[in-house]
Ligand binder design. Sequence first.
Ligand SMILES: Cc1cc2nc3c(=O)[nH]c(=O)nc-3n(C[C@H](O)[C@H](O)[C@H](O)COP(=O)(O)OP(=O)(O)OC[C@H]3O[C@@H](n4cnc5c(N)ncnc54)[C@H](O)[C@@H]3O)c2cc1C
Length: 455
Amino acid sequence: MKYDVIIIGAGPGGIFSAFELIRKKPELKVAVFEAGHSLEKRRCPIDGEKVKSCIACKTCSIMSGFGGAGAFSDGKYNITNDFGGTLYEYIGKKKALELMRYVDEINMAYGGEGTKLYSTAGTKFKKLCIQNDLHLLDASVRHLGTDINYVVLENLYNFLKEKVEFFFDTPVEHIVASENGYEVKTADESYFCRDCVISVGRSGSKWMEKVCGEMEIPTKSNRVDIGVRVELPAEVFSHLTDELYESKIVYRTKEYGDLVRTFCMNPKGAVVNENTNGIITVNGHSYEDPAKQTENTNFALLVAKHFSEPFKDSNGYGESIARLSNMLGGGVIVQRFGDLIRGRRSTEDRIEGAFITPTLAATPGDLSLVLPKRILDGIIEMLYALDKVAPGTTNDDTLLYGVEVKFYNMEVEVNKKLMSKKHKGLYIIGDGSGITHSLSHASASGVLVAREIVE
Ligand SMILES: Cc1cc2nc3c(=O)[nH]c(=O)nc-3n(C[C@H](O)[C@H](O)[C@H](O)COP(=O)(O)OP(=O)(O)OC[C@H]3O[C@@H](n4cnc5c(N)ncnc54)[C@H](O)[C@@H]3O)c2cc1C
């Protein structure tokens, strides 16, 4: 055996597996294989001037490399079982929260100290929301910000690099079960280990599907969330964001009874492109450093769709909608709310004439030609509902970027230890398992399996 443990993917799940393994048993021989670059080499080429939109790099620096999709995320670390994944279904709510708090402590010890922990507990906004048929979910959220998140990752890497062998720009192609463990195959070589932790995130979803097929690991289809990213002047939501930072609000539409929710709120943040398997969608983040902040707040409005019979491919449905926006706009489309409700496309002139400066250079267009009516109607209804708690939300100049799609990996069959029921010693964690969808749940799943392996 060359290694005791091989970890595939250096996102939060993989990093916290490695961290906990080394902390608990420093003599273990651990290797991490990562398809993307090391942290300092990660750079998205979009600069808004020479490169205005996604050029589909071989590995997307937003999604891949040390830190995973979390590296340039907003670093909103939500300590809750109410959203961000279903880890609690495997290990119970108490243990899930304990693990999330443990990771938070490590983040604080490795550079996050001094960042603020916000909480919805006892807030007056809960009442205000419910009076308007909106439902504010409970959570504690630590906002690291993209800048401090980077510092934490740098420090974690400096701790790990002497003790763990890292292979960057080295995608794993196949995993083969052998008598005493696993053979991990890259393009050039094979490596061997006793235990293997797969933590390939959303960017590894297609690969994960292939591996599950090859290793006969059962999977279940998951949901897909489809919607837009809303951008408006920071003042409109400042009463909420100053106190809560992020508010996860859910609304049931009157017309169809669908649930629409706010997601990933970034006060004074920026809207960015995201490339998942060649499909360009939209996301957002913000900095902790006031010098890097913008005048706008952005957040997603998403509607969940889950297909099971006879059509099962929820992600394929989301992909087709994103491809339509990529076809019409060459990438992400932006539209003023006022144009959308008047049934006309936005143009360069209308965007330039708006009282808000977009933080992402997207193509002005018409989202009603992209999003299915049911989803778009739900989003419009939710915007009017939000306008009651944050007046100004439905101003004509509010910008809607589309499409935002949250692809969830299919759920992989694992036991309560997140170990494949079919293959002993093969753990599948983080967003790649379909069980988590957040920094906190993915990191917690990494700690969990490291402890199992050590025991
Ligand atoms: C712009 C942006 C903002 C976000 N903001 C937040 C936020 O504020 N709060 C929050 O909770 N979540 C946020 N998220 C989501 C969060 O980043 C993810 O939930 C989290 O990173 C999942 O961790 P993970 O380790 O499971 O997977 P990932 O972070 O996706 O890491 C998986 C890694 O595996 C690598 N990989 C894939 N396939 C292979 C292979 N075959 N071989 C080797 N390596 C492979 C990938 O390159 C990647 O680096 C954001 C995401 C983005 C993109």
